[in-house]
Design a protein around this ligand. Structure first.
Ligand code: FES
Length: 158
């Protein structure tokens, strides 16, 4: 006799989740991403980031670091606010989530919601600071602190 309760709803849940996992594996759907580890993260040297571009941090692949046209820095998560898939770096000011077709601009603002979704939040911004100065300056992203003003940009130390 089995110790597992013969609960039809539990069995249905297990069968459904197994089928979803098998389908995702068979179709090559991208895995859901996880949030970055909480706390200050060394995202790379200031010189790793090009003015006017957004890229994935070379040291923490769960975050984007952007540098605006004036050289100011900002950072935000790669985790889609729909169901958590990993978003690629923007190209021509747009990132397409590979799971359900939502799009974000280079500031992480939603430009198209996921299929069938009506209330999608923008990507979470984090507080950016620096260590060092000049050629040795490094970008520090504190993933435990939300940057509420999404237009905030931080100039690197001279
Ligand atoms: S997880 Fe990104 S659109 Fe659904």
């Amino acid at each position: 006799m089995s110790d597992v309760p013969n609960d039809p709803s539990r069995r249905r849940f297990l069968l459904t989740t197994s089928a979803v996992a098998a389908t995702a594996a068979a179709t090559g759907l991208p895995a859901c991403s996880s949030d970055p580890p909480p706390g200050p993260i060394d995202a790379g040297a200031v010189s790793d980031f090009t003015v006017g571009r957004v890229r994935v941090s070379p040291l923490e692949t769960s975050i984007f670091v952007g540098r605006d046209a004036a050289g100011g820095f900002y950072a935000y998560t790669r985790r889609c606010t729909h169901m958590g898939c990993t978003i690629p770096a923007p190209s021509a000011n747009s990132s397409l989530c590979p799971c359900h077709n939502s799009t974000y601009d280079s500031n992480g603002d939603v430009t198209r919601m996921a299929d069938g979704f009506a209330n999608q939040m923008p990507l979470r911004h984090f507080v950016v600071t620096f260590t060092g100065s000049g050629a040795t300056a490094r970008v520090i992203v504190d993933t435990s602190m939300t940057q509420v003003d999404r237009s905030n940009r931080v100039a690197p130390p001279a």
